[in-house]
Structure formats: C-alpha cells, structure tokens
Design a protein around this ligand. Sequence first.
Ligand SMILES: NC(=O)c1ccc[n+]([C@@H]2O[C@H](COP(=O)([O-])OP(=O)(O)OC[C@H]3O[C@@H](n4cnc5c(N)ncnc54)[C@H](O)[C@@H]3O)[C@@H](O)[C@H]2O)c1
Length: 243
Amino acid sequence: MTVDLHGTFAVITGAAQGLGYAIAKAYTREGLRLAIMDFQAEKLASVEAELRASGGDCTGIPVDLTDAEQTDAAIRRAMELYGTPRVLVHNAAVLIERPLLEIPLVTWQKEINIALQAAYQLTYAVWQPMTDAGGGSIVYVSSRAGIEGFPNGSSYCAAKHGLEGLMKSLSGEGKPRNIAVNTITPGMYMHTPMSERNYPEELKQQWVDPIRLTPAFVFLARQDASGVTGQRLNAWELSQEDV
Ligand SMILES: NC(=O)c1ccc[n+]([C@@H]2O[C@H](COP(=O)([O-])OP(=O)(O)OC[C@H]3O[C@@H](n4cnc5c(N)ncnc54)[C@H](O)[C@@H]3O)[C@@H](O)[C@H]2O)c1
C-alpha cells in the first residue's frame, strides 16, 4: 500500500527503550507525529527531546499501563493532543522468568494487564474514532511466547497468547470498520534491555539492533483492512523484504 504517512499520528507504548524506542525513531523519520507512552518517565522525556531535536513532533506521556485509570487518561490525552491515530502499536511488556509459585496474584495481574488489559483499553479508545476517520492499523507486539509456552514464563506466555486471540477476534470486527489488526513477533534476537536481562550468552552473540526490525512496523502503519489484517507477522523476515 502506498499510503503517505507524513503528518499522520501514531501511538507507541513502551517507547522509552528497546524495540519501542526504535519504532519511534523509524516513525519520526517517516514524518509521523507521535504520542509515546512508558512508565519510565525520565527516559521517556529524553526520547521525546531527542526526537524533537531531530525534527519530530512527539509527546511523551508517562503512564503505568498496569493501571486502568492511568491508561484511559493517557490515551485520552494522546487524542486530545493529536486527534485520531492512524496507527496504534502496543509494544510494552514485561518478562520476568520465575516459577508459578513465585508469582503472587498481584504480580500475575500486573504482568497480564500491561500486555492484555492495556491492549483492550487502548484499542477500545481508538476503535470508534478510527472507524469515523475511515480506518487505521492496530499492531500488538507478540513473541514466540504467543504461540509456544516455556517453563517459568507462565504470565508472559499467557499474556502473549491472549494478544494473539484478541487480534484474531478483532481483525474480523475491524473489517467493516476498515481497521487492520495484526500481531508481530520480532523473529530475530534483539539487543534491548529486556534481552540484556534474559538472554543466555550464546544469544547475545547473535542479537541485532532493533532498528533493523522497523521496516516491518512502517509497513504495518500503512495498512488498513483492505491490506494485511488478521495476521501474525515476522518483523525480521518482513524487514528483509522490500516493503
Ligand atoms: N527482547 C526480545 O528478545 C523479545 C522477544 C520477543 C518479543 N519481545 C517483545 O517486544 C516488545 C519490546 O521488548 P523489548 O525487548 O524492547 O523490552 P524492554 O523491556 O527493553 O522495553 C519494554 C518497555 O516497556 C515499558 N513498560 C514495561 N512495563 C510498563 C508499564 N507497566 N507501563 C508502561 N510501560 C511499561 C518499559 O519501561 C520499557 O521501556 C515486548 O512486547 C516484548 O514482549 C521481545
């Protein structure tokens, strides 16, 4: 699709570092205006300053996405500032590996809520405005943990599986509204703070800068329901193609 993204608006969660930060840089280069969200307020402010200094139109909105009220307020603020997003990239997540008996209910709820409850809330908030605007693109960042399980990853795997189900259901509902809904998995080892904490040494030998996965996210920003929707995409593979 040859949609001109220049001047359109995107919301990106988890943009203070890692993959979300890389997507924010790539979208700024494409001329999108951005509301970037994260709970690391200081880091988020420095990303905002960096993107503004490079000519971008970007506002950092600090928010703890485990908190329903804060999440609602954050997406309302984003739309007050920039109107209806053309694209919503829900990328924030947390991965802390430990066995089930070390996950109390409150922790379980937080980890599921960052990924899944926030996905529901952010999508709910933009669903009608996107419809009224003629369409848009919603992207949930998934993982191999969205289709496989691994020991000591119960909350993460459950949340990512949930995102896959949400995508499959909403992509059908999105068709008459011209809203594309997709998930995307990195498909390559990435050098991010999450990976620094979790990767064994051999994977650190192979990791790449997440900026190399961002052509896939630019491709997805151009979609609506007449293009790619209802898919689980591989960011690395897609970024190798001429998209
Ligand atoms: N790193 C990998 O190898 C890998 C593999 C598969 C999938 N993923 C997925 O890619 C996405 C990005 O991962 P990453 O490696 O860049 O992770 P990261 O931990 O480096 O970055 C995640 C961002 O989310 C933010 N965040 C976490 N909890 C939050 C909350 N409660 N409210 C608001 N923001 C919050 C963090 O502050 C951080 O800036 C995640 O969805 C992750 O599950 C990563």
